[in-house]
Design a binder for this molecule. Structure first.
Ligand code: ZN
Length: 236
């Protein structure tokens, strides 16, 4: 049931929430917004308490900002296990991937799960290798889909009163396209998702270009979800 209040009523996280327009602009997979946005939560040991906050790029990328802030805090010295979840508008670049790996190498008690709305310059071989290296280091990387957009809206956004269920319904196809491309990256296949800008960068075009290796290596359900193949039709 929709509440008649926003998250403001007695919510200690209010000042750390972002505005609805910021969320919609940052996490829409159809748009290539310039600014990167990180929504994150940190949980220590078996505690049910979850610390949530958001971060933007400064002179450094959001991932590096997070790690610098996190490592400067006193509790970083704690041997207690720590679970971190990131919701990123863009996947980490290869340089951030390197910093993340070094950070996790120094702190084996930290686990990191990353949900990304888009893949950052995914044609760049270094960025692709950076994501593979992260996954090989134990980091879980997933594309944000409807449940994650719903979760972020409720927990990180200062949504208007009564609008707790009004998270933006982005078309699932774009998430499936990025999901397909992430699979290509994991399997070290050539890119198949082509993104181009037209009309003075006003129009963003998404196009798929698959080779035989994609059809051979990628599981049919992923190809099906991205609309590359269709279910067989039996004619009577
Ligand atoms: Zn970066």
């Amino acid at each position: 049931m929709a509440s008649d209040k926003g998250p403001s009523a007695g919510d200690p996280t209010l000042r750390r929430r972002i505005e609805p327009w910021e969320f919609e602009a940052s996490f829409d997979p159809r748009e290539l917004c310039k600014e990167a946005c990180l929504l994150y939560e940190v949980q220590w040991g078996t505690s049910h308490k979850v610390w949530r906050n958001s971060s933007k790029n400064t002179t450094m990328h959001v991932e590096v900002n997070f790690i610098e802030k996190f490592t400067s805090e006193r509790r970083f010295c704690s041997p207690v296990s720590c679970s971190i979840i990131w919701f990123l508008s863009w996947s980490p670049c290869w340089e951030c991937s390197k910093v993340i790996r070094e950070f996790l190498h120094q702190r084996p008690s930290v686990t990191l799960v990353i949900y990304v709305a888009r893949l950052y310059y995914h044609m760049d071989q270094q960025n692709r290798q950076g994501l593979r290296d992260l996954i090989n280091s134990g980091v879980t990387i997933r594309i944000m889909r409807a449940p994650e957009h719903d979760y972020c809206w409720r927990n990180f956004v200062n949504y208007p009163p009564g609008k707790d269920a009004h998270w933006p319904r982005y078309p699932p196809l774009w998430m499936e396209l990025y999901g397909l491309e992430l699979y290509c990256i994991i399997l070290n296949l050539p890119p198949c998702l082509m993104i181009s800008r037209r009309c003075q960068k006003q129009l963003t075009l998404f196009r798929l270009s698959l080779q035989n290796c994609h059809y051979q290596m990628i599981p049919p359900p992923i190809l099906l979800a991205a609309g590359v193949i269709q279910l067989p039709v039996i004619w009577r």
